[in-house]
Design a protein around this ligand. Structure first.
Ligand code: SAM
Length: 232
């Protein structure tokens, strides 16, 4: 479909996609994925599955974190020609611990006339907060902690924060993170939200060592995790 704003420039739609359950996608997201000229995606195979699930056929090009700068030029040249480009990451909201921000910044700088619109939807961040039973009127989001340099400082800041702190963690590192939290604040109140929107969704509460014990009981620590550390 030929798309152009009144000024002849195109539109970049930044589209949120499911974080597990394929049903969690908005009508507007599907409409955009159907009507856009082209989709750029963090991983074309992941997006191909989503499109197939909804019976959508569209050209999908890869634009992951490593190629965000280089590929931004390609997106900009399409927008210059009045095209409608959609951007999706593998899961959830682009730009939230995912590529997307540098693309948006590059488009905004090179082509300020182009429209950039958000197509909001799922994010593990908001999904976890919505069922944590913690007031999230104010919170801070740290995403993934650095693996080495700055990790200890980050951990100390987290446990001394006066508002809840939300982290993302992988299954390989969740036990390590809980042990580190135990070392800096054994009494901290922590929520772990796991496999949100999926079959094995669960929310666990406790001190870091309680939670590590609960997770260690399971044969293998699988899944994706959001960790919320409450102020104490
Ligand atoms: N952009 C995504 C968002 O809006 O949530 C986040 C992408 S980040 C690369 C992936 C991390 O998000 C995972 O390692 C995990 O910490 C968290 N995550 C994603 N999906 C999740 C789910 N279904 N349940 C729990 N955490 C999830």
């Amino acid at each position: 479909m030929e798309f152009a704003e009144a000024n002849g420039k195109g539109k970049l739609s930044v589209v949120a996609t499911p974080i597990g359950n394929m049903g969690d996608i908005t009508f507007r997201a599907l409409w955009n994925l159907k009507e856009c000229d082209v989709i750029y995606a963090e991983d074309t195979r992941v997006t191909a599955k989503l499109l197939a699930h909804y019976g959508l056929r569209k050209s999908v090009f890869r634009l992951d974190a490593a190629m965000e700068g280089k590929k931004a030029n390609e997106v900009i040249s399409r927008l210059e020609k009045g095209k409608h480009v959609a951007y999706v990451s593998d899961a959830g909201t682009p730009g939230i611990s995912d590529p997307g921000a540098r693309l948006v910044a590059a488009v905004r700088e090179a082509l300020p006339e182009a429209k950039i619109e958000a197509i909001p939807g799922p994010s593990a961040l908001t999904a976890a907060l919505s069922i944590a039973g913690i007031s999230a009127d104010a919170f801070s989001f740290r995403g993934f902690l650095p693996h080495k340099k700055g990790r200890q400082t980050a951990l100390k800041k987290i446990v001394s924060s006066d508002i809840p702190v939300v982290l993302y963690e992988s299954p390989h590192r969740i036990l390590k993170l809980l042990k580190e939290l135990h070392d800096v604040a054994p009494g901290a109140a922590v929520t772990v939200a796991r496999e949100l929107t999926k079959l094995h969704e669960e929310v666990l509460y406790g001190t870091p060592s309680d939670l590590a014990a609960q997770l260690e009981k399971k044969k293998a620590v699988r899944g994706e995790f959001v960790v919320i550390v409450e102020p104490h």
